[in-house]
Unconditional design. Structure first.
Length: 255
């Protein structure tokens, strides 16, 4: 009931798998100052971790975002045709030659990939030595489990054993707990199966700001001018991120 009341009018009743919804979400992100500031922080964190070398940078799931404003020569991609995207591509079968990329970046994308093992194999193949995979993804904590289970439209299943899930819709099928499963719960398995992708950083973060922003599917709950206040609150909560984090910044390096 609460989710229905707070639903953003632009996307209310629309299928998440409709490319038009992705275009509308881009408009929502850029028109909500508090939410836009969150994406700007994410993008700055990602840019700071892109290797300073030759080679192309690929962004997966570019449709609703504006990362290209931070890296103008990035190759933007999406799983379907939509405005402002250069390439329609499947993360499980990338159209790049061996060692062509210096970085693959994404925001809220990994947990939508039905077979992440296939993506990790492709990342290993397409990245040159020293290249990076950098992402911001949902994270599992007691707090986030409560929020994602009751206030978010996507499946959130930290208890499942498998990494993959049925591919029915390009965006509607997901497991928001998947990044935590792979890089925390099953970290040893990842390290054994993908020894050429070294986990450089897993930084749980942002317990409140995205929630009070309303995200891309709900109305804004905070004006943009409150951003510094909420950053201060979250900074004070850093020692408790294992219990509170809703997202994590994750960085891998191609060995």
């Amino acid at each position: 009931m609460l989710r229905s009341i707070l639903a953003h009018p632009l996307t209310r009743g629309r299928s998440i798998d409709d490319p038009v919804t992705t275009d509308l979400r881009r408009s929502i992100i850029t028109s909500k100052p508090f939410l836009r500031a969150i994406y700007e922080d994410w993008y700055q964190s990602i840019v700071a971790r892109i290797p300073d070398s030759t080679g192309a940078v690929l962004e997966l799931g570019s449709g609703a975002g504006f990362f290209q404003q931070f890296v103008p020569d990035v190759i933007t991609s999406e799983v379907f045709e939509c405005a402002g995207v250069q390439l329609v591509a499947d993360a499980q079968n990338l159209p790049f030659s061996d060692g062509e990329l210096r970085a693959i970046v994404m925001t809220d994308v990994l947990h939508h990939i039905p077979n992440v093992a296939a993506f990790f194999r492709e990342a290993t193949r397409c990245l040159r030595s020293g290249g990076a995979v950098i992402m911001v993804e949902p994270w599992v904590s007691p707090w986030s489990n409560l929020i994602y289970t009751h206030l978010h439209h996507e499946p959130f299943e930290p208890e499942v054993e498998q990494w993959d899930f049925p591919a029915k819709g390009p965006l509607s099928d997901a497991n928001g707990a998947l990044p935590w499963i792979v890089f925390d719960r099953d970290r040893k398995r990842f390290e054994e199966e993908f020894p050429h992708l070294k986990i450089k950083e897993v930084r749980p973060m942002m317990p409140f700001r995205y929630l009070v922003s309303g995200g891309v599917s709900m109305r804004a709950l905070m004006p943009g001018w409150t951003t510094p206040l909420w950053k201060t609150i979250e900074k004070a909560c850093e020692p408790q991120m294992k219990r509170l984090a809703m997202f994590s910044l994750i960085s891998l390096r191609r060995m």
